[in-house]
Design a protein. Structure first.
Length: 456
């Protein structure tokens, strides 16, 4: 890829975009960008010296980013085609690349460990990166979540060419990558507005497997509905939580706020591994992460220490209040299978408590395609507060709103707007509160935390 002197990001506040922006800033390049919303993440980037503008105005683009021969523009699909800044860059001859294209170029000059899947990929990739980075091996990483061990979504180590990548299936972005090793955590249908059918969606994962470089490997969840198309010389491994496979867990013990298990590899069993984030679904995620780390020569003792000291990811089963009286946690779950994993984990941790869930649906198309499945999972809670759909990049679809989920929910339920939520909370009695969704519900976390701490 041509070397540029400056980098401008349209949609810089996105989790994947921000990782790339931080990467180029760490390499010593001037970096700036636009995003419509100020968040904790954008404020952190600003404190690191990255200029961010929150209005889509051409006049805000600094002079050093106005030369098309020196500046690369990086774009996220969330930016609409009629964006003023994007239109100006197009009309003035700038090279404009999607985030996935830039990431793909990086993987072609490294040994990329790419983690794909409808769900589980953020935890699995972040834990993989943490295990490698904290070992004698080391790694770089571009992650889809903010690691609580590092408070960043990027890791840079100039002494190794290993790089962990969260491989995004949206818009077939992961087809731009060149994996050395790949993981598929799940292939449950999603993004059907892009793919059209479950069959086409799964075929995209099969194409992803064909991109793995000779001499590498695929680590695939045992029951994933994918038929790999591996090049000659690429090895296939399977894994699971406790359902067998080349790598899996055995002798899982849960109690006293801890989860301990034995890690089984094709050649040996590593006894008594303790999860630093004791959530049942993380047993499966940690098996995949440890398997990749193990294949890259991380030692047993390094695996043990890394797993026990892993602190998780922002917005992935993230506790904000937890005491003998009340608990409040937040989770990024936005697909029915993710809701199932999150809700089952909450119920397992708090079996005798009344649990109230607040869910913000993400995208009109996903709501249209899965409203019955969403309702089925939400109905497993004692009480549900359902917010309006967060549209992200989409325009409204006639007849599609949160009410089609609401009408199918069979437990106690309330429908309200995000703006009404804080006034709504005092009307509900619960022992555990969980917020779920991939939209802007995270903006309410500080206020909800304050309410739970001081009023319950």
């Amino acid at each position: 890829m041509t070397t540029y002197n400056t980098y401008y990001f349209l949609g810089i506040g996105g989790i994947g975009m921000s990782a790339l922006a931080r990467y180029y800033k760490a390499k010593g390049f001037p970096v700036a960008g636009y995003d419509r919303t100020r968040t904790q993440l954008t404020q952190e980037m600003e404190s690191e010296g990255i200029s961010i503008f929150y209005e889509d105005e051409i006049a805000l683009i600094p002079a050093e980013y106005r030369n098309p021969t020196n500046c690369l523009v990086v774009l996220t699909p969330a930016i609409p085609p009629d964006s003023k800044q994007w239109t100006w860059f197009r009309e003035n001859g700038f090279t404009i690349m999607k985030r996935a294209q830039v990431l793909g170029e990086i993987t072609r000059h490294a040994r990329a460990l790419c983690v794909a899947g409808t769900h589980g990929k953020t935890t699995t990739s972040t834990l993989t990166a943490y295990l490698l980075y904290s070992s004698h091996i080391g790694c770089n990483a571009f992650l889809g979540g903010v690691s609580k061990n590092f408070d960043k979504n990027i890791l840079i180590n100039n002494n190794t060419d290993l790089v962990v990548i969260e491989a995004d299936e949206f818009d077939r972005s992961f087809h731009q990558l060149s994996p050395y090793m790949a993981v598929i955590t799940a292939a449950d249908p999603d993004h059907l507005d892009i793919y059209g059918s479950a069959e086409v969606f799964r075929e995209s994962f099969e194409h992803f497997t064909s991109l793995i470089q000779k001499g590498g490997c695929l680590m695939m969840r045992k029951d994933a509905p994918v038929t790999p198309r591996l090049q000659e010389g690429v090895k296939l491994y399977t894994y699971s939580g406790n359902d067998g496979g080349d790598f899996h867990a055995e002798n899982i013990r849960i109690g006293g706020g801890e989860i301990i298990f034995d890690f089984v590899t094709p050649s040996k069993t590593v006894k008594d591994m303790q999860l630093g984030v004791p959530v049942l679904i993380n047993v499966e995620n940690s098996v995949a992460a440890m398997a990749i780390a193990y294949l890259n020569c991380v030692t047993e003792e390094e695996l043990r220490k890394g797993l026990a000291s892993f602190r998780g990811i922002r917005r992935r089963f993230d506790f904000h209040v937890k005491n003998d009286r009340i608990a409040y946690l937040d989770d990024y779950a936005h697909h029915p299978k993710e809701l199932r994993a999150s809700i089952s984990s909450v119920k397992a941790l708090f079996p005798d408590k009344k649990i109230c869930g607040i869910f913000q649906p993400h995208l009109y198309t996903r709501t249209r395609d899965f409203f019955r499945q969403f309702a089925e999972e939400l109905s497993k809670l004692d009480e549900v507060i359902l917010l309006d759909i967060y549209p992200a990049r989409e325009r409204p679809i006639e007849g599609i709103s949160s009410k089609i989920i609401f009408d199918e929910i069979t437990t106690q339920k309330t429908l309200c707007t995000k703006e009404e939520l804080l006034a709504e909370l005092p009307k509900h009695q619960f022992d555990v509160l969980v917020t779920m969704g991939a939209g802007d519900i995270e903006q309410l976390i500080p206020a909800i935390t304050n309410y739970v701490q001081n009023n319950l």
